[in-house]
Design a binder for this molecule. Structure first.
Ligand code: GLN
Ligand code: ZN
Length: 784
């Protein structure tokens, strides 16, 4: 743990001076907790499994914190965050701070321990977990506070103070970071049994006294700065919500006297109204702004930044893995110096580094050229400080010129630019790309060919991934088994899956995706323009991390990616075998995307590559092709005004993939969420023949869209059972649900399928569940 980290920080600092100018103004909004090799993940999981003690876990956590603080301190960062470490989630930490434990966890007051904390996060044998939802537009998920008029708040977690003291004992004076009181409430939901209309902001008066308690303790411990993250300020807020900020910070002003207060915003620009509110907050010394995302922040700062306040300029991107263009940043920063004053400008990250990978030093698979284009969290800390030093007149020329050389090589590298791809993608703009025949006529043509029963049954793609299967893939990758052996093993697996589906009497089959580790990685590895890291993990929720591929260049498809397996699977059965692809928007949204061209440009390029694959599958005799867009909704921008533009190019990209197929080829898509009421018209606009969607937890929500009279003519398969749970749904329950759907949807467009892929389930669960599903469909058919 610790030693590795310390070595890491020096490795990338060949030009580090031996003494630091402590007045250098640099700040980090927040730092990843997981550790460079996911040390926290493994410590958590081993603790949860009962394989290690609470002390073991605490030791790993303390080592991580100390190495992170030391690393930032060694790099010369002036404002180093604390309390950004978390055993699970910073919003849950705030819930603990406030003692807002839902009653079902039977907490008896006092300091909240691991038991209560992890029960809220993950549930326990008798009570389910609290709900989890996406943190703004990132892939990080937080635990949603459940609040109501009866919650008795109390100061129930001293974590922030303990961590502040812990850092201090290590010789590092930190800035304790909190989820701000107003954002905390705005991110909450009314608890079960509380009216949906309950005004969560009415709880402000009840939580502020606890914020005051912790502030007082921090002051006593010697803190001189404190940071409140109020990123909800970048969302579309109403006047009464903005007023809550004024109220909260007026109320906290005296408690904070003697402390410098930073209010942090990130992920987008702050709308003009909110900017006014924010910069007028009483008792605040400085603000962080995201200078990477959003367009108007610089203009607002230049026209109306309040005098005498600190500007923490978020110029190093916390959400990407690209090295900063230091020369460009320096120009921007110098122009800001003129606005806010030399002594009030602090160089910072655009947001917490939680959303980027941890440390480039552990990348052994990447070649040096690509590596020179990248900066993970550890490297971004160094960039922030290098910029601060340059502003202070101590520019590290060698470091800057190495950076300039890397920027230049990225611009001119033939690995990045592929003229033909650029041209083809540019030609797409402006046109519609829509299949010539309308969807109902296409469905008729397809039915003639496929001859499916009404309420056709299918699954979403993957079948259980056994340990044995993972071993085969791993050994093939490591060249421990030959291609021949690998193909044989995968073929056997496909054959088993096909046979099982025939036995179950499913109508449209899948091959089970045994050759895929991950639905994006599998395609990324076969496309040009993608790179893969060994340790570029980013926390998704709790101990779960994702390792997004890096799209560094123009995307093209050197050769067919799935045709071999799909045709082999089709040969095993007379029933239609679905070709199985991941759509361009999902590949984009689950990757680290290049920042040297607009996102839509990259998406169009991926769309063209997938289009080639779709057409190759069709040529190989595959008549049903599913193009998953699991993550289409995830890409929605934070502010409504920007939704239209995103949805336009996202949906266009999807249509591009299949505009070239015959009417008789049936295009399916799949989405991993059911709350699409607000984007239903875009979904219809995708013009797929059949859409299968997650629906397990929200029949009503989904059906209400159709009840409200939205005209929907394509095939639709709302998941009839939840695949995230090991529970086996009964035949009756599935029957009832499909019956309910039939009340609002035409009989001839309804499909019967699970919520999502079956990859994480066991065969012992999958077989009876699918059996019940097919039986329910048959019973309904007989009655119709
Ligand atoms: N076809 C994929 C599977 O079944 C879809 C997964 C997803 O939607 N997340 O695994
Ligand atoms: Zn899904």
């Amino acid at each position: 743990g610790t030693t590795t980290l310390r070595r890491v920080s020096h490795f990338f600092l060949p030009f580090q001076p031996t003494s630091f100018n402590r007045t250098m103004a640099s700040h980090i909004v927040g730092y990843p907790r997981m550790g460079p090799k996911r040390e926290l993940k493994f410590a958590l999981e081993s603790f949860w499994d009962g394989k290690s003690s609470a002390e073991d876990l605490q030791k790993v956590a303390a080592d991580l914190r100390s190495s992170i603080w030391k690393q930032m301190s060694d790099a010369g960062i002036k404002y180093i965050p604390s309390n950004t470490f978390s055993y699970y989630d910073q919003v849950l930490d705030t819930t603990a701070l406030l003692g807002a434990v839902p009653s079902r966890y039977n907490w008896n007051g006092g300091e909240i321990g691991f038991d209560t904390y992890f029960s809220m996060a993950r549930g326990n044998a008798s009570v389910p977990a609290m709900e989890m939802t996406k943190w703004f537009d990132t892939n990080y998920h937080f635990i949603v506070p459940e609040l109501g008029p009866d919650v008795k708040f109390s100061y129930a977690s001293h974590k922030a103070v303990t961590e502040y003291k812990e850092a201090k004992a290590l010789g590092v004076d930190t800035v304790p970071v909190f989820v701000g009181p107003v954002s905390y409430l705005l991110l909450s939901k009314p608890a079960k049994g509380v009216a949906k209309t309950f005004d969560l902001l009415s709880l402000l008066d009840k939580i502020l006294p606890i914020y005051k308690e912790v502030i007082a303790e921090l002051k006593e411990a010697g803190a001189t700065w404190i940071q409140f993250d109020e990123a909800t300020l970048v969302k579309d807020l109403e006047a009464y919500q903005l007023e809550a900020f004024t109220k909260a910070y007026s109320e906290l002003e005296s408690a904070c006297s003697g402390l410098n207060v930073i209010v942090a915003t990130y992920f987008a620009d702050v709308p003009a109204e909110a900017f006014k509110t924010l910069t007028s907050l009483p008792g605040v010394s400085g603000y962080t702004f995201d200078l990477i995302r959003g367009e108007q922040t610089l203009a607002l700062i230049k026209s109306s930044f309040p005098s005498g306040k600190y500007l923490f300029a978020g110029i190093v991107d916390g959400r990407n893995i690209w090295a900063n263009d230091l020369a460009g940043s320096l120009t921007v920063l110098e122009s800001l110096e003129g606005v806010v004053g030399k002594d009030k400008l602090v160089v910072s990250t655009s947001c917490s580094l939680l959303h980027t990978a941890v440390d480039l030093v552990n990348e052994t698979k990447l070649d040096d050229e690509i590596k020179s284009w990248l900066a993970f969290a550890a490297q971004k800390v160094v960039e922030v400080n290098a910029l601060a030093k340059a502003l202070a007149g101590q520019k590290d020329e060698a470091y800057f010129s190495a950076n300039a050389a890397a920027q230049a090589s990225r611009k001119s590298s033939p690995r990045v630019t592929n003229e033909a791809v650029q041209k083809a993608a540019a030609a797409l703009r402006g046109s519609d790309h829509r299949r010539a025949t309308n969807v109902s006529a296409r469905l008729d043509a397809q039915q003639k060919k496929l001859n499916l029963p009404i309420l056709p049954t299918t699954t979403i793609g993957s079948f259980p991934q056994t340990i044995e299967l993972r071993r085969v893939r791993r050994e093939y990758k490591a060249k421990k088994i030959s291609e021949e052996e690998y193909v044989k093993a995968i073929k056997e697996e496909i054959s088993k899956v096909v046979q099982l589906q025939e036995e179950l009497d499913i109508d449209v089959l899948v091959h089970g995706e045994p050759e895929r580790n991950d639905m994006v990685e599998y395609f990324g590895e076969q496309l040009s323009g993608f790179a893969f890291t060994a340790n570029g993990w980013v926390q998704s929720y709790g101990s779960r991390c994702v390792k997004p591929p890096i799209i560094y260049g123009d995307v093209s498809r050197p050769k067919a990616m799935t045709v071999f397996w799909s045709s082999l699977a089709q040969e095993m059965t007379k029933r239609p075998m679905k070709g199985m692809l991941t759509g361009p928007v999902t590949i984009l949204n689950w990757s680290f995307v290049r920042n040297d061209q607009p996102r839509f440009e990259t998406c169009y390029q991926i769309a063209l590559a997938i289009k080639d694959e779709v057409e190759d599958l069709e040529k190989a005799g595959i008549t049903v092709i599913q193009i998953d867009e699991a993550a289409l909704r995830e890409g929605l921008p934070l502010r409504k005004a920007e939704h239209g533009f995103y949805l336009d190019w996202a949906v266009h990209s999807f249509r591009i993939t299949n505009v070239g197929v015959a009417d008789t080829t049936q295009i399916h898509t799949h989405m991993c969420y059911s709350n699409f009421n607000d984007i239903i018209h875009s979904i219809i606009n995708m013009d797929a023949d059949v859409i299968t969607i997650e629906n397990s937890r929200s029949d009503e929500k989904l059906l209400s869209v159709f009840r409200e009279g939205v005209k929907y003519g394509a095939g639709i398969g709302p998941g009839v059972y939840d695949i995230h749970s090991p529970r086996i749904p009964s035949m009756e329950e599935i029957y009832d649900r499909v019956n309910k759907m039939l009340a609002v949807l035409e009989t001839n467009i309804l499909w019967v399928n699970p919520d999502c892929g079956l990859k994480t389930r066991k065969y012992g669960e999958v077989k009876p569940a699918l059996q019940n599903m097919v039986t329910a469909a048959k019973k309904l058919r007989a009655e119709l």
